[in-house]
Write a protein that binds this ligand. Sequence first.
Ligand SMILES: Nc1ncnc2c1ncn2[C@@H]1O[C@H](COP(=O)(O)OP(=O)(O)OP(=O)(O)O)[C@@H](O)[C@H]1O
Ligand SMILES: [Mg+2]
Length: 269
Amino acid sequence: MLRIEDLTKSFGPNVAVDAANITVAKPAMIGIIGRSGAGKSTLLRMLNCLTEATSGRIQFEDQEITALKGSDKRRWQSECAMIFQQFNLVPRLDVVSNVLHGTLNQRSTLATMFNLFPTSDIHRAIDILDRLGIAEHGPKRAEALSGGQQQRVAIARALMQDPKIILADEPIASLDPMNAQVVMQSLRSIHEEDGRTVIANLHTLDTARRFCDRVIGMRDGRVVFDGTPEQLTTGAARDIYGADDSFSEEATSTQIETLGRTEANEIVA
Ligand SMILES: Nc1ncnc2c1ncn2[C@@H]1O[C@H](COP(=O)(O)OP(=O)(O)OP(=O)(O)O)[C@@H](O)[C@H]1O
Ligand SMILES: [Mg+2]
């Protein structure tokens, strides 16, 4: 059980996340949508303790995440792995080593310095790559892979941590539509087969609708929608994206879909 209560983050006078309340009672696949600046990344960063909350609480099972410090905080950070738009791999390092870096939190400094990984970890890394359909690329440098393949390496690295939650900040914003589908499908199967919660910030409504069981809409730091893809009507989408009221239902639907895509394109540019 993950419970986010009145979670707020302010940067000076700017309230990036404004008293967010979200409860995840059982493992779920959740998409967070909203315009640029709505607070999506800030929310994920607070979940992962990369950003400290200004007020409010995050509770996971019996732990208060917002109060964690030192080694407890690092342990939590490995229990809720983060995936980024730009993959954040070590480009010149081979794929298997990149995946093995997912175990860094659990290893001694000396072992890390000499790149010493237990054989069992190496086998596990290869199994995870195999599951994601990219085991044959294991020996290659990460930079030699396509964007979609690199994002799957990043997912493999996250899985090495055996996380309870996977947080993905715009995981497909840099990918072409076909690679985007493969990456979303990988995240979906990790949720379905392993029972892990996946929370992904997404820029397009259609992706959120297609791959997620639950969609959370943010606007100006506030959670303005929380429901199933079926409940995400054109009117609800308009509330989230703030589309012009003068548009007809049909026009607004197209406009909002386009808005989502345009924002994704702007981020890539
Ligand atoms: N480190 C920071 N310092 C100051 N302001 C910040 C910082 N990080 C985020 N903000 C501000 O907080 C608000 C929310 O930003 P956030 O990055 O969470 O939005 P987002 O929904 O992820 O947007 P995008 O879709 O563009 O990634 C924005 O107004 C942003 O300028
Ligand atoms: Mg963001």
